[in-house]
Design a protein around this ligand. Structure first.
Ligand SMILES: [Zn+2]
Length: 458
């Protein structure tokens, strides 16, 4: 027997194991794992000597081609491929008619899924969606089961902005999620307090360096507590996204006390940057929740290593510098791009700086997002699963620059940062999509992944 590909000579690491050996791939699937001499011959050999061979990164929080982000599927997934990311979960939005809306009439989540699937035909890596609930309608409850059947088994809710939902409506969604076994995904900031503090600061007239003060850490914790508390009471699966601070992580932890259905993520930028960056970069790093403090970074690493938070994502958003630097910076768009550099930056922080293991890295960036969101074919190197793999060179030094961006975003919040470690090769279902810093995959190779209802019992 001869297989398509063998990756040999490297350290093979997943969330569950770490050994010197090889991976055999055939027809897009992992077919063997272990000593090279025990695996079959291959048509192609990838030499991973001195490198780490891991399951591809799964980023469950990205924004592509919509009112939030100017990336197309091609540009975003080229950035993903270069960043070792083999699956992304984007958002399929429910259209709403209202202030600041990108739509002029109400629509359904099923229409949102169709809209995104049409946009995603040029993807290079695999993709899925969260259903994004943007208005309080009865009609949602007529379609949630269909949405789950369409492979979209998680639903995003905001507590802030014009499209934020009331606690009463979130409660109703969580009741339905509990019935269905699907996952609630929450962006939690206490809207009325943020609005009040923001109005005061705007009145006083300041530069962007005051931005982190306008959305204080305790407002994030207040809303995180509300939603996690309701989910716990209702026995609904709940995933708090982009946890940025100690207080918010503590709020999530409080509701995990009974081993309940409460999980959380943080993002690479919250583990590596602080609000001081606004002094240097003005409005460019303005995201919500804001970048916080060194103490918060410590708390987030504690939360990740104790499994209070179990995932590291990017919340990737592409915008132009020009838009960010408009004269009234308060009106500029939120968000920062990170898909292309998330793995090398988080690796540098977690492994190089803090001595955490590659298994830990693979857990929070591959295994845990796959298990949390119902992707049994992803996030593992088990034979029979998809051959989604990143070969990572831990010794290459690189300096991050937006000049290398594949994304449509023309700046980087990591600009000028030197990190040790770089993506060598990215493989999606057996196809090499990026190699040595160049995209070699074809648009259209990426496929929509229908997700299962996840099992959170273990
Ligand atoms: Zn987001």
């Amino acid at each position: 027997m001869t297989v398509d590909t063998i990756i040999e000579g490297g350290r093979v690491v997943s969330g569950d194991q770490s050994f010197e050996g090889a991976v055999a791939i055939d027809d897009g699937t992992i077919v063997g794992l272990g000593d090279r001499d025990r695996l079959p011959d291959a048509e192609r050999t990838i030499d991973a000597s001195g490198k780490v061979v891991m399951p591809g990164i799964i980023d469950p929080h990205v924004h592509i081609d919509d009112h939030v982000s100017i990336d197309t599927y091609e540009t975003a997934t080229k950035a993903a491929a270069l960043g070792g990311v083999t699956t992304v979960i984007d958002f399929a939005w429910q259209a709403y008619d209202g202030e600041g809306s990108a739509w002029d009439e109400n629509g359904t989540l099923m229409e949102g899924i169709e809209r995104k699937r049409d946009k995603a035909t040029d993807a290079l890596v695999d993709y899925s969606f969260h259903g994004g609930i943007l208005r309080e309608g009865d009609d949602l409850f007529d379609e949630m089961e269909d949405v789950v059947d369409a492979g979209v088994t998680s639903f995003k809710m905001y507590t802030a902005y014009d499209f934020g939902l009331s606690n009463g409506y979130i409660h109703r969604v969580l009741e339905e999620l509990s019935e269905l076994g699907a996952v609630g995904v929450g962006h939690t900031e206490e809207d009325t307090v943020c609005e009040q503090v923001t109005a005061d600061l705007r009145e006083e007239g300041h530069g962007p360096s005051v931005y982190p003060q306008s959305r204080p850490d305790y407002t994030e914790a207040m809303a995180a507590d509300n939603v996690a508390r309701m989910a716990r009471e209702l026995d609904a699966k709940y995933y708090g996204i982009h946890t940025s601070c100690r207080k918010s992580a503590e709020a999530i932890e409080r509701h995990q006390a009974d081993g309940s259905t409460i999980r959380g993520e943080t993002c690479t930028h919250y583990t590596s940057l602080t609000g001081d960056l606004h002094e240097e970069m003005g409005n460019l790093p303005r995201i919500a929740p804001p970048l916080r403090t060194e103490d918060d970074i410590e708390a987030l690493f504690d939360a990740l290593t104790s499994d209070v938070l179990s995932v590291v994502s990017t919340d990737h958003v592409a915008q132009k510098r020009r838009k960010k630097e408009e004269s009234n910076w308060w009106e500029g768009p939120f968000g920062a791009n990170g898909l292309q550099v998330s793995l090398p930056v988080f690796h540098d922080e977690a492994v190089n700086e803090r001595g955490l293991s590659y298994r830990f890295l693979s857990q929070v960036m591959s295994r845990n997002p796959a298990e949390t969101f119902g992707l049994p074919q992803k996030g593992t190197l088990e034979p029979g699963t998809d051959a989604d793999i990143v070969v990572f060179d831990p010794d290459v030094e690189q300096t991050i620059s937006a000049a290398n961006n594949a994304s449509n975003a023309d700046y980087s919040i990591y600009e000028g940062r030197s990190v040790r470690g770089a993506v060598d090769t990215t493989i999606v279902r057996g196809e090499v999509v990026a190699r040595d810093g160049a995209v070699v995959g074809n648009p259209g190779h990426g496929a929509f992944v229908e997700r299962e209802l996840p099992d959170w019992s273990n």
